[in-house]
Design a protein around this ligand. Sequence first.
Ligand code: GLY
Length: 327
Amino acid sequence: MRRRKFIKKSGLTTAGMLTAPVLASCKDEKKVEAITDQKSVIPIVICTWDFKNASAKAWEILYQNGSSLDAIEHGVRIEEDDVNNQTVGTGGRPDRDGNVTLDACIMDAAGNCGAVLALQNIANPISVARKVMEETPHVMLAGKGAEQFAYEKGFKKVNLLTEKSKQEWLEWKKTANYETPINIENHDTIGMLAIDKNGDISGGCTTSGMAYKLAGRVGDSPIIGAGLFVDNAVGGATATGVGEEVVRTVGSFLIVELMRQGKSPQEACEEGVRRIIEKNKNRKDFQIGFIAMNKNGETGGYCIHSGFSYRRYSPEGHENIESQSYF
Ligand code: GLY
């Protein structure tokens, strides 16, 4: 049983860096909740939804002393390459013009980040995002520029539109009714967070975005702070669901900041969802799921509607955790 207690907060410290003796010496009167006596659970990886193969791949890398950044990249690539997954990578559902456009971002323990937006014809946007992070002075590349950059880095041009997704799109065009179904096939964007044996946190997020979106639409997934945020001193958070609402609240950054202020990952995810609900009092027709992890490897997840889950792989085992929901 993990125990938390209320302790005094220093303006100079962050929750993830704190140890009980340091906290005890703080003079600031403001009280926050922080974890003081919990053993760290690392290495660890969590991801949105029940993406067993992706999390197993990431765990394999972590277990062999690999970096959290490598675990993230190669973990989420499993879903990008799965043609049966119609919400991520190859096989993703196209926009309303029939083009599959992919969004992804990645962030490392040093706070470096890279992203690609509305990338076409390239199978692994997470790897292109990593190249943006590591081999350019930029954070984001979009559209044709991102595609050109990928070719320059050796990525091959591929057809991302599978026959299945094409046929479904042609069927959709008969009515062209734009909806955002809740828990589409019980998965959606894959957002992943990992801590390696050095205690370093990285994160990644990759998606084909909303099915049949307007051409050029970009959601939360490649937006650092919205679909993903990592602070190596505190923890990380990532999101799935209707990206517009996550962008409006800068959801993942908010959750990491709430953890910095002392909330547990679970409490921070719940507050993140509540902020979205406050902005959408008359709407119940969309899903958002957040997951978060703090520096100790404590995790949490929360969503608007039931049906969301997240997968966790750590020395304690491999499990799919049903998320609690607001409704
Ligand atoms: N969360 C994925 C998107 O809205 O594009």
